[in-house]
Design a protein around this ligand. Sequence first.
Ligand code: FMN
Length: 209
Amino acid sequence: MDFTTLLKQRRSTRHFDPDAAISNEELHDLLAAAGLSPSGNNAQPWRCVVITDSAWREKLLPVAFNQQQVLTASTVILLLADREAYQAENLTRIHQEEYEDGCFNETVRDFLTQAAIGFYQPFQETDTLKALALDCGLFAMSLMLAAENAGWQTVPMTGYQPALLREAFAIPDRYADIMLIAVGKGKQHGHRTLRRPVQELVYWNTIPD
Ligand SMILES: Cc1cc2nc3c(=O)[nH]c(=O)nc-3n(C[C@H](O)[C@H](O)[C@H](O)COP(=O)(O)O)c2cc1C
């Protein structure tokens, strides 16, 4: 499908066919496609908990303000972000793997590794959360577009109670919760939404006041 058509076609879908199952292979392919997203220093902090189990869905339902897509989507992805992705060990590992795969030479490897480690060193909690949300947000968008392209519909959800979610699923402090993404076969096309015209959003060589 033409990319602009894909962008126009995607809508947040909240009514799913509860009988539509997504195979592990299909889900694997969608997640692999989403994993092609860019991230700061290629840290790839995204981690996905694939929720299909009905007991898990029932537990998630009240946490997510009873949004029915939690029950009816083929799966709900709980998107987490790994704080340790910004630590030296992971940053060294990814650049070493890239070096071994021929992406660049030793000099570039060492430069990029040291630059990445130095970049995150002064980070406070708010800086870390901002970077994690940004990296994982790009992953989420890719996942939704890959799903749409493959004939699935999605809705991103931050409509849940973080403290209850973390408690209900015993999420370790290492992982920030980013969002839920329901993936399934839409029974009903999501309602149309509007976007502000480009002229309202763009400032040429000017900072908005
Ligand atoms: C960060 C984020 C959180 C959202 N949370 C929810 C949610 O909890 N429940 C829901 O039904 N839709 C949720 N949405 C969907 C938005 O309402 C939707 O994207 C917006 O109205 C535009 O509609 P469209 O996605 O169909 O283009 C969320 C979207 C984003 C980007």
